[in-house]
Design a protein. Structure first.
Length: 241
């Protein structure tokens, strides 16, 4: 009985949230949902940078008593970046990544509650009864129409994305950037014809003090650079090879 009630409420959240996301200019993405079991996705092609998709991931979690909560993540995605990463040797990928990893398509992502200005704004409300569904959907919709729009706007051009890729992770060494964002940005620069910018990002990255043994290393970064140079002559030339 409790499971049936939980499923009914979850389906109501999905249905009403889908209507709200369509109003906001998104469409359901079955292909993204297929590669990320348990989540449901919405995407927009208005991301700004060619070969990218603005996507929002919605996840429903449950309490022990059957209440539901719908949280969200803003994701800048690129199937093109994913295809190029999948074609690389394993030593050129970040540690833990494999050819079947869905994370290879991620350029950048951020949980709703980690978006600038929302860190202390409160978690998603629990849905206990049908009357709570509109409240939960409104919570989600407010973030999509506000902080999520700003987050995507800060990444809607190659120039802006380069600035994001070069930002140090807050509270850590200035050399500690997000290697996944940086690598995706380099690939997007290449496929969009920004070869000099891609080479500059790679040169600076190889000069960093690589202190991320759980994710990246100088050897992995050098292998990534080599794989790009072998595939893209213009990039190889911009790197001075």
């Amino acid at each position: 009985m409790a499971a049936r009630k939980r499923d009914r409420i979850a389906n109501m959240v999905k249905e009403e949230l889908t209507d709200a996301m369509v109003r906001a200019g998104y469409v359901p993405s079955h292909s993204l949902a297929k590669s990320n079991e348990g989540a449901f996705w919405f995407k927009s092609d208005a991301a700004g940078i060619p070969h990218t998709i603005a996507a929002v991931r919605a996840d429903i979690s449950y309490s022990r008593d059957g209440a539901a909560r719908c949280t969200g993540t803003a994701c800048l995605m690129s199937p093109t970046v994913g295809d190029i990463r999948r074609s690389m040797p394993s030593d050129a990928l970040l540690k833990g990544d494999g050819p079947d990893s869905s994370s290879l398509e991620y350029v950048d992502d951020r949980f709703f509650n980690e978006l600038p200005g929302l860190e202390l704004a409160g978690k998603a409300p629990w849905v206990i009864t049908e009357a709570d569904v509109p409240i939960a959907v409104q919570w989600f919709e407010n973030r999509v129409s506000g902080a999520v729009v700003t987050w995507f706007d800060d990444r809607n051009s190659i120039e802006k994305l380069i600035r994001v890729a070069e930002e140090p992770i807050p509270g850590i060494s200035p050399d500690r950037i997000n290697p996944r964002v940086l690598r995706a940005t380099i690939v997007l620069c290449i496929v969009n014809g920004y070869f000099t910018e891609a080479a500059g990002l790679m040169t600076a990255h190889l000069q960093r003090d690589h202190v991320q043994p759980n994710v990246d290393s100088f050897d992995r970064a050098a292998a990534f650079d080599k794989a790009l140079a072998e595939r893209f002559p213009e990039y190889r030339s911009a790197r001075g090879r």
